[in-house]
Design a protein. Structure first.
Length: 444
């Protein structure tokens, strides 16, 4: 409370600075009023007004109390007055009646030691906070850079589309001009040329040595006249029928599909929002996003099955994926090799039945490549000896898992990878199986 802003509450002294304040009366007093007040109310709490100092720090703030804060409540870590610990629970009294209470002198040393610890903690926190703020600023700048880069990429794509559309528009407009010029303007030029040529031939008609040339020119003039008459007939028809011989045609179905494609063009995907234990680091996530998700243009991805979470019984796996489509299988072997497959068609779990999928493929994150399943008719099946068989492994680009028990209770183990275009993904013998995750993707 600042003395320069506080004036005496007595009307006749309202321009005189106040020097004290009565907590009970809620009035400010100048020197003269202060002495008068003390003569009538000896038990009131009268305080000197000091600049920038809280003058009522030792007075209880509870309503109807206005008592000195002399006690400490250990239960609530709070200072109390005699009204707070009173056994009479009325008019705001007795809130701490059943608490562990002591006088404030008893906690002096405890609070002093605690203050030292808190000061050190705040100093460390302040230093760490400064470093965190610096790191946050750097991170925020990088995020902004990535955001602007992403926006620029989108703008470049749509600028290219607009440029291509404008170029196509110019081509069609030019083609219209050329066609009209070819039909009308060129024939008009032929008319003028034929007329001039006819006059010239007429003057040279008696020159016998030019007879063949003259006759040939006559034939050309006759042909030109036929073409000009055809043009005149077409003009008459256009005037009568209001028809336009040259039209701009576009297939309605193609146009509608093109407009729909433009409206659905591009997706904003959070590439790190993937619930995966196999994709444990940013590099793997980046590879998976750029190689797979960007390849098939998805909106979101949902985890259906995880071997370490859901178990390795094949019946449980089959129940998770039965009648599901747009599935990504992701495998981890030897804690280093990540590979998998994609199936667009709906998976109907049937024993020893091949599933055909023209869009299916296998991939390797280690090699950062996608490989075509060479025989789509043999894209996927469950089988006795090889519980999970993906791709036509006998003809390259596929993999399967051995089973160590009967089919119904079989566990996936010992993955064997075939061919992958005869690169490093071709396994020699068996590999240690670590994890299998199956994701369902959404294109909407």
């Amino acid at each position: 409370m600042e003395n320069k802003n506080k004036k005496c509450s007595f009307k006749e002294h309202k321009d005189i600075d106040a020097v004290s304040y009565c907590y009970d009366c809620k009035f400010s007093f100048c020197n003269k009023c202060k002495n008068f007040h003390q003569g009538f109310f000896e038990n009131h709490h009268l305080y000197n007004i000091d600049n920038n100092i809280e003058i009522f720090i030792d007075i209880c703030k509870e309503k109807n109390h206005s008592k000195q804060l002399e006690f400490y409540c250990k239960n609530h870590n709070q200072l109390c007055c005699v009204g707070c610990i009173s056994k009479i629970e009325a008019k705001g009294y007795g809130q701490h009646n059943n608490c562990d209470i002591c006088i404030i002198e008893d906690i002096k040393e405890e609070k002093k030691n605690k203050l030292k610890d808190n000061i050190k903690y705040l100093e460390d926190l302040s230093n760490n906070l400064d470093n965190s703020i610096k790191e946050l600023k750097i991170l925020f700048n990088k995020i902004n850079e990535r955001k602007e880069e992403l926006k620029t990429n989108i703008q470049n794509i749509f600028t290219k589309i607009r440029t291509t559309l404008n170029e196509r528009e110019d081509e069609l407009l030019l083609e219209v001009d050329n066609k009209y010029n070819d039909i009308y303007c060129k024939e008009s030029e032929k008319l003028k040329i034929s007329l001039e040529k006819g006059k010239l031939i007429n003057n040279e008609w008696n020159e016998d040595n030019k007879l063949s040339s003259i006759i040939n020119d006559c034939i050309n003039i006759e042909d030109n006249i036929k073409n000009i008459n055809i043009i005149n007939d077409n003009i008459k028809k256009c005037k009568l029928n209001k028809d336009v011989e040259i039209q701009f045609n576009i297939e309605n179905e193609y146009f509608d599909n093109y407009i729909k494609s433009i409206k659905l063009l591009g997706h904003i995907l959070d590439k790190f929002n993937i619930d995966s234990l196999i994709l444990k680091n940013k590099d793997d996530l980046n590879k998976f996003y750029n190689l797979i998700l960007n390849q098939i243009k998805i909106n979101n991805i949902k985890l259906l099955y995880r071997s370490s979470r859901d178990g390795l019984k094949l019946n449980d796996l089959k129940n998770k994926i039965n009648n599901k489509s747009n599935l990504i299988f992701l495998f981890l072997t030897g804690n280093t090799r990540i590979f998998g497959s994609f199936f667009k068609i709906k998976i109907e779990v049937k024993h020893n039945i091949y599933i055909k999928d023209e869009n299916a493929f296998v991939f390797s994150l280690n090699n950062n490549k996608i490989y075509k399943i060479l025989i789509p008719e043999y894209a996927f099946r469950f089988y006795n000896d090889y519980p999970l068989l993906i791709g036509n492994t006998g003809n390259g680009n596929g993999f399967y898992f051995d089973s160590d028990s009967i089919y119904d209770k079989g566990l996936l183990r010992n993955p064997k990878i075939y061919d992958f275009e005869k690169n490093n993904e071709l396994t020699e013998g068996s590999a240690e199986f670590n994890e299998l995750e199956i994701f369902e993707i959404n294109f909407n």
